[in-house]
Design a protein around this ligand. Structure first.
Ligand code: F6R
Length: 366
């Protein structure tokens, strides 16, 4: 049942604090990743990993893109991320000691399963998966499966599944950081950010009414551009995917530094530009990208935190301020208001939010 929510999607967005808490429960203790989550045999595989290949589709692919930023920055393990339907039909090179990692909510996505079946013949160290459905084909066929504890996701647009995938990938990054001997103070900080994540997501949900106000402006547009940099670039991609998928407004996500290489030509007073602007080491770069949009009259909507807002307040038309999280969990937190934005735009447009046209929840054909 929808528990009094108008749509499953809205219910599932609101379940995220609990879903994250459930996904972490029993897996983190005293700032260490528990053996119950990653036991000795799995840890032995992880000790050998020299490369990681992440393969997925759609929103799950975006989870993989975020994980690459984490894995390379924190553990220095070279990581590649690829869309399953591309990966399965080329001839990928598999260096020694490479780990294959599939991400899938349903565990039944045809292209992701085909990629896994290929990987099993391609000399990988092992095949790991992040999946929300126990006993799915993916769970049964992969060597190791880490389950997300999101509970059933009914809305076609993936929300809590992505958030819990990122939570599992963050735990895996933390485990690899332990194995690689990353500074314990750094690891403690990452673990703390994970533990406070449910509460911070809860705060983001309270922005609902403010987000509905800006949705009323975007609903009249035919296009939208989402911008982010660094680990928030995949969040811009995800924001654009959600908007196009459920509201049928054409949207694109771009790394903000790419604006002047083409998309800036699209920017005028009819183009809403939605920017993900946390206070991180790329903020100054992002501010100058935002200035490029402003100079062309683009309508700017910035998602900020209490530190990044100062430099942006007089540059953008609309500011939405989130509770500041640490830089590790920040992409998870900033994704939440973008989900709400797509949701409200779709509701105002009168589309079938839970069952968008032409789409299926589980893509079991290629
Ligand atoms: C978008 C969405 C899809 C899925 C994709 C992969 O909101 O839901 O892009 O993420 O079809 O599905 P899974 O994760 O089941 O492999």
């Amino acid at each position: 049942s929808k528990d009094g929510f108008a749509h499953y999607m809205l219910k599932e967005i609101h379940e995220q604090p609990t879903a994250v808490a459930n996904t972490i429960a029993g897996r983190l203790y005293n700032d260490q990743v528990c053996k119950y989550f990653i036991d000795e045999p799995i840890a032995d595989i992880l000790k050998k990993v020299k490369n990681i290949h992440i393969i997925a589709c759609g929103t799950s692919y975006h989870a993989g893109l975020v994980a690459r930023y984490w894995l390379e920055a924190i553990t220095q393990i070279p990581t590649q991320v690829e869309i399953a339907s591309e990966y399965r039909y080329r001839k990928p090179v598999v260096p020694d000691d490479t780990l294959f990692l599939t991400i899938s909510q349903s565990g039944e996505t045809a292209d992701s399963l085909a990629a896994l079946r290929f990987a099993k013949t391609a000399g990988y160290l092992s095949t790991f998966a992040v999946c929300n459905v126990a006993n799915s084909s993916l769970d049964r066929e992969t060597d190791v499966c880490f389950l997300t504890h999101a509970g059933p996701e009914i809305g076609v647009a993936s929300t809590k599944a992505l958030t819990t995938q990122l939570t599992v990938l963050a735990l895996l990054t933390l485990k690899l950081a332990e194995i690689k001997g990353v500074d314990p103070a750094v690891r403690t900080n990452l673990a703390k950010q994970l533990r406070t994540l449910p509460g911070i997501i809860n705060q983001s949900l309270m922005l609902n009414d403010q987000i509905e106000v800006i949705a009323r402006q975007i609903v009249r547009r035919d296009h939208a551009l989402f911008l982010g940099r660094g680990v928030h670039y995949p969040i811009a991609l995800e924001g654009a995917l959600k908007l196009k998928e459920i509201s049928y407004i054409h949207a694109e996500g771009y790394p903000a530094g790419e604006l002047k290489h083409g998309p800036l030509a699209l920017v005028d007073e009819n183009m809403p530009v939605i920017a993900v602007c946390p206070n991180d080491e790329l903020l100054e770069k992002l501010e100058s990208n935002i200035e490029e949009v402003r100079a062309r009259g683009g309508e700017l909507y910035a998602f900020v935190d209490h530190k990044s807002k100062h430099g942006l307040a007089n540059r953008v038309n609309h500011l939405i301020e989130l509770e500041a999280s640490g830089s590790f969990t920040s992409p998870i937190v900033f994704n939440v208001p973008l989900q709400l934005l797509s949701y409200h735009v779709a509701v105002l447009r009168g589309t079938d939010v839970d069952q968008p046209r032409n789409l299926a929840k589980s893509v079991t054909v290629e």
